[in-house]
Structures are given as structure tokens and as C-alpha cells.
Design a protein around this ligand. Structure first.
Ligand SMILES: Cc1cc2nc3c(=O)[nH]c(=O)nc-3n(C[C@H](O)[C@H](O)[C@H](O)COP(=O)(O)OP(=O)(O)OC[C@H]3O[C@@H](n4cnc5c(N)ncnc54)[C@H](O)[C@@H]3O)c2cc1C
Length: 439
């Protein structure tokens, strides 16, 4: 991990910024003092997560708050499953600490490098038709506001702030602690196999209903998808993971080293991309195993890519994929990475991509260094036609005027921001674009 610095670059290398000051608070008083000092000097403040957003949402231009020294679980109630965690804790650290307590997160996304605060602030999600994103597992927050005051919110204390700040884009203040609703640790059975895309789409509702966590990958030229069905097993079930050598060959060698090599060949010789896509999907064969939940949810992603992801009404998924399948082959530049499709239950968080809508998530990717603009523009036009909502941490071109139409509580969010941060202490250019300028 790079040493803390005023210079910042995101994981994909698509965004960078240089802050004028780096604050590394070790307690709440230091955090509050850093914010108060910045506000009095008319400077902006942005908390840093792990830099895994593809957008400039995390770019700090004045004061960057680095919370790497502010980690760990500080309280855990084994009866209720409520756990208080410091804001800078990564999901990897969180999962390890929860393991030791016999607890687990109900649902997770694909990786665990993000901080808990960064993950919830952009609406990070996994998959599962009956489950929400990580922010739906948040039962309370502690935040430091623009005037340096510390406030808490929960379903009974400032519930409106909780509804807004769980996916808050860092707009209301710096989160200092997150209270999570966890559950007793559990084992997931994982079943992965290639299947014809048409059959997967025809049985989408059944697949979503019959499996706790259903998702699939699809190379946008091919007829086949790679499906993943992860299902919760009864308490007391013992894990039976893939053998170590098989894990090494499949996760490290095939999915990262070999796939990375194929991507580099495709970047050099674009005419080979389609045959390489075919090779990649053939290499990804079926497997089944069972393991502790977070070890099944989380994968290793070492091949760098750029990504855009939109949530659409679940019923519109087939139409969107059919259009992508028809139009992607017409693009001048080929697409090297698969499309990932996941689902989530409707929730009540104001700027959640699944706000009041059972959703399907469609994530498109391109290998770093390969042309992606035309592909991403095409994608945005297709998902825009069905009211798609962009992931806040993934590439998109929408501004406040467009987003206002897609979020019923957008105005309430903006009003609360105006009330809590009238001078824009927590503003940055990305927030100016997606929420509008303050002051
Ligand atoms: C390889 C890869 C895989 C991914 N997989 C998934 C996935 O499966 N599902 C999914 O939904 N997304 C996924 N993402 C996107 C990622 O989860 C989000 O972009 C997430 O926000 C990144 O968390 P972070 O800690 O890196 O936060 P950053 O990107 O560093 O910051 C995100 C936002 O959170 C704010 N923030 C951070 N800490 C605080 C705080 N203490 N208080 C207030 N605001 C704060 C930042 O200011 C910024 O606005 C993936 C990204 C990558 C690169």
C-alpha cells in the first residue's frame, strides 16, 4: 500500500488529484479539529477511502482526510449482531474481525479492498434478489459535520439523515463510525457453470427467486454466460473449499495471470479480441464448493479495467442485453472484458441505485488502455432509455439535471446537503456535477 501523500490516484488510474494538506486524525477530536480548521479557512475537505471508485468522487483538492489510522471494531453485541466499526476499516479487515466474533456481513460485493465508509458512500452492492447493497446493512452512523460537530443517526435518531447519508457521497460530512447489522457467520454453497445466455434470461426470475445470490458474466459477442449461484447453508455446515492447488490455478493463474496476458494481447492486436473472448469463456469452466460467506463473495481482481454500471428495473434487463448484443458488434473498437449482471432488492435509501425498485445491475468493463468511450456512450444511451441509475463510484456522464429525474428523493438530498453544509466544505468537482453547486 502506498504511503499517505497529498497526491492521489484511483485504482484504475483514471482520476488523480493533489490535495494541499493531508490530515491523518487518530481520534474524533483530531478529525473534528481538522474539519473546523479547514472550514474556517474556507477550504474544502474530502475523506479518502481506498481509492477504488472509477469516478472522481473521492478526489480531494484542499484537505484530504486519510483514515487509515482509524480502523477496527469498537463494540459488538453478539445478541443483536450490531457492530460498531471505525470509518477507515477495510472490508477485508472487517470480515476478518467479524470471523473472530462468529459474525458475518449478510451480503458483499466482489472485492474487499474498499473501506466500509467508501463502500457505503457510493452504494456498493453485491447480488441477491432478496438482499440490498452494503448500505442497507447500516443501522447507524456517526458523522463529523462542516462546523466540526459530531452527530449520530439511526432509525430513531435523525432517521432522515440516516436515509440520506448511508449512500451520502461524502456530501454531509466525514463518517467517523458505522453501526452495522451483522448476523451469525454462515457458509455459502457456490455453483458456477457456463450456460446459454438465452436460457439464463428466459429463467431469470426463477434463478433470482431460487437462489440467494445469483449473477452471471457474459462476453458481449458470445451466446454463453457464466452463471454463479451462491446459496446459504444451514448453521453448522462445514466449509469445503476448492483445494489450494485448484484455487491457485483457477483464481490466480486462469482468472488473473492468463486473463491479464490475453487482455494485453487483445490490446496490441484488436482483431484477436473476439477469438480471445471465446478462449476466455471456454477456459472458465464449472466448479462447485462451499466456504465461509465472505470467501465466496469476494474475488481477487488484479487485472486493471475501467467500468461503468447502471441499475435498471429488473424487468428491463432482457431488453437491455438484447440491445447490447445487437449493437456492440457494430463498434469500431472491440470489447475485451465481460459484462457482469447482478440483482438487488428495492430499498429506502434516498440515493441508492435500488431506491424503491427491484433492480438488475449491468456492469460493463474494458481493459485499461483500450478505447472505451464509444462503448460506454452506447451503454449509457441504452440504459438511459429504461431509466437506468448510474453507480456513484463507476464511470458515467450524468449531471444533476439528469439525475434529478431518476431519483424521487433527489431534491430532499440536495436540501439536506444545503442545510448541513451550506458553504460546500465537503464539495468537490464531481459533487458539483452530480448534485449541483452550493453557495
Ligand atoms: C476492482 C473493483 C471491484 C469493485 N467491485 C464492486 C462491486 O462488486 N460492487 C460495487 O457496487 N462496487 C464495486 N466497486 C466499486 C467500489 O466498491 C466503490 O467505488 C467504493 O466506493 C470504493 O470504496 P473506497 O473505500 O475505495 O472509497 P473511495 O473510492 O476512496 O471513496 C468513495 C467515496 O466515499 C467517500 N468516503 C470515504 N470515506 C469516507 C468517510 N469516512 N466519510 C465520508 N465519506 C467517505 C469518499 O470521499 C468518496 O466520495 C469495485 C471497484 C473496483 C476497483
Amino acid at each position: 500500500m502506498a504511503a499517505p501523500s497529498t497526491a492521489w490516484r484511483n485504482w484504475a488510474g483514471t482520476e488523480s488529484a493533489v490535495a494541499t494538506e493531508l490530515a491523518q486524525p487518530r481520534d474524533l477530536e483530531e478529525l473534528s479539529a481538522a474539519i473546523t480548521r479547514a472550514a474556517l479557512a474556507g477550504r474544502t475537505v474530502r475523506a479518502r477511502g481506498s481509492g477504488h471508485s472509477f469516478t472522481a468522487v473521492g478526489a480531494a483538492h484542499d484537505v484530504a482526510v486519510d483514515l487509515r489510522g482509524w480502523t477496527g471494531i469498537t463494540a459488538a453485541d453478539l445478541e443483536t449482531g450490531l457492530v460498531t466499526v471505525r470509518a477507515g476499516t477495510t472490508l477485508r479487515e472487517l470480515n476478518a474481525e467479524l470471523d473472530r466474533l462468529g459474525l458475518a456481513m449478510t451480503n458483499l460485493g466482489d472485492i474487499d479492498a474498499q473501506t466500509i465508509s467508501g463502500a457505503i458512500s457510493t452504494g456498493t452492492h453485491g447480488t441477491g434478489a432478496r438482499f440490498g447493497g452494503i448500505a442497507t446493512q447500516v443501522a447507524g452512523l456517526e458523522l463529523v459535520l462542516a462546523d466540526g460537530s459530531v452527530v449520530s443517526c439511526s432509525p430513531t435518531e435523525r432517521p432522515e439523515l440516516l436515509a440520506a447519508a448511508r449512500v451520502g457521497l461524502g456530501a454531509f460530512g466525514v463518517i467517523s463510525a458505522v453501526i452495522l447489522r451483522t448476523e451469525p457467520s454462515f457458509v455459502l454453497a457456490a455453483a458456477e457453470k457456463p450456460e446459454p445466455l438465452d436460457a439464463v434470461l428466459a429463467a431469470l426470475e426463477e434463478n433470482c427467486a431460487a437462489n440467494d445470490h445469483f449473477e452471471f458474466y457474459w462476453f458481449p459477442y458470445g451466446p454463453n454466460a457464466l452463471t454463479k449461484r451462491n446459496n446459504r447453508l444451514p448453521a453448522g455446515t462445514e466449509p469445503a473449499p476448492l483445494s489450494r492447488p485448484r484455487q491457485f490455478v483457477e483464481y490466480q493463474l486462469l482468472e488473473n495471470t492468463l486473463f491479464g496476458a490475453l487482455c494485453r494481447v487483445g490490446r496490441r492486436v484488436p482483431a484477436l479480441v473476439r477469438p480471445l473472448n471465446k478462449l476466455s469463456s471456454n477456459v472458465l469452466s464449472g466448479r462447485s464448493y462451499r466456504d465461509t460467506s465472505h470467501k465466496v463473495f469476494v474475488t481477487n481482481r488484479s487485472v486493471r479495467f475501467v467500468e461503468s454500471e447502471y441499475a435498471v428495473p429488473r424487468a428491463a434487463l432482457g431488453e437491455v442485453l438484447a440491445e447490447l448484443r445487437r449493437r456492440v458488434p457494430e463498434l469500431a473498437d472491440p470489447v475485451m472484458f465481460p459484462v457482469e449482471i447482478r440483482v438487488a432488492a428495492a430499498d429506502d435509501i434516498w440515493l441508492s441505485t435500488a431506491y424503491q425498485r427491484d433492480s438488475a445491475y449491468i456492469a460493463i468493463h474494458q481493459f485499461v488502455g483500450m478505447p472505451y468511450r464509444a462503448y460506454f456512450d452506447l451503454f449509457e444511451s441504452i440504459v438511459g432509455a429504461v431509466g437506468g441509475r448510474p453507480h456513484w463510484g463507476k464511470m458515467h456522464t450524468l449531471d444533476a439535471a439528469a439525475l434529478r429525474e431518476r431519483y424521487p428523493r433527489f431534491e430532499d438530498f440536495v436540501a439536506m446537503r444545503g442545510k448541513l453544509d451550506p458553504t460546500g466544505v465537503f464539495a468537490n468537482p464531481y459533487l458539483d456535477r452530480v448534485l449541483g453547486k452550493l453557495g
